[in-house]
Design a protein around this ligand. Sequence first.
Ligand SMILES: Cc1cc2nc3c(=O)[nH]c(=O)nc-3n(C[C@H](O)[C@H](O)[C@H](O)COP(=O)(O)OP(=O)(O)OC[C@H]3O[C@@H](n4cnc5c(N)ncnc54)[C@H](O)[C@@H]3O)c2cc1C
Length: 379
Amino acid sequence: MPCNDDPYDMAILGNGVSAWACAHAARRAGLSVAVLERRPDPGPPVGEHLPPEGISALSALGLAGLLDTPAHRPSPAVLSLWGGPVPVRLDLLMRPGGRALHVDRAVLGTDLKARAIAAGAEAIALRGRPRHGGSPGRWTLQVKTPGGGRYIAAGLLVDATGRAAALAQAMGAGVERHDTLTGIAAFLEDTPCTDGALLMESLADGWCYAAPLARDRLVAVFLTDAANLPRGQAARQAFAADRLRQSRLIAPRMAGGPAPDSRLRTVPAWSQITGPSLGPGWIAIGDAAMAFDPLASAGLTKALLDVRETVDAITDGRAEAFHTLARRRAARYAAYRRELAETYGRERRYHPARFWQARRAARAGQGGRAGTARQPVWG
Ligand SMILES: Cc1cc2nc3c(=O)[nH]c(=O)nc-3n(C[C@H](O)[C@H](O)[C@H](O)COP(=O)(O)OP(=O)(O)OC[C@H]3O[C@@H](n4cnc5c(N)ncnc54)[C@H](O)[C@@H]3O)c2cc1C
């Protein structure tokens, strides 16, 4: 198997927003980067709402122009039915930055990748899981590629594999899940609407949201605990369609469109934290470091902030920079969990229901066991 003679400064495992944003930022910092992208990829993830804070985070990475395409649809507001029978409209134009979007995740991913490649990152298609060997600062990855296989040498390994946290776990880290929230997502065509507001609504055994996308598409998602989901694709489809039809905000938007069909996808949506999320010669980023409940609409923003802070720590290189990053991550997760518990706690109408009881029982400050690396990351 051939091996690159000059090791990459960084090899990133993953193919999502975190992977490509990190590759782009690392190239801008002068590091050589290889991105190992899984083939075939399961397709773009769900999660379209990019609030003003997310757009600012993208700008801070030098990627503002990326959003200037009609593929992404302006989102002027969030309309929610939560905690009471009257819909509440939150105008996003009033928030700092004032602009929010419903992004087409496939387009965002493709455009981010193109920027990273143009900046000099190398994409390497990957089959199966790579095996790592060597030692921090002098890693070798044995990878299977569509053309055979090769060894890749890299100083730093970056885990951008989302909730799988595949590399972090291979390094001995643990993933702590705090619930079993699971989404069933339906992508609907031919659902025109003039109002681009994000719709959110609580139901007796979960909650749902819908985001109107460009080209008259709509994504509608019902979320509940995994134990509530029936077995089998057909039963699950009927279950999700039934819950979305119960929604006062979303059902009327789906009326003209087809019922949720075979493109319906089951997606993990629970809160989790990886501990530690960094160690000697490796670091997890984005959802691989911590993943949020979609209620926060903050996964992309958090991933982009994390990418910036991570690349800053890497270019700083001192152990203290990584300790600070680990502390910041733990604080971010604790703050997120507090806010999440408060938001779920505002819904009191479905009192005996297990879904809501479990969330009300979640107490502030359960930040998981985000560990701090004992040695510097940069070997
Ligand atoms: C239902 C739902 C709704 C959401 N809504 C929003 C929203 O409105 N706004 C928002 O900001 N966020 C939202 N999110 C969260 C957001 O989608 C994620 O935070 C974001 O996708 C994280 O990006 P990532 O690159 O870290 O991980 P991912 O997007 O999960 O990417 C991980 C990549 O790693 C690849 N991979 C996995 N395992 C391996 C492996 N072993 N080897 C190689 N590659 C691997 C995967 O194929 C994938 O390409 C939502 C999430 C869900 C589930």
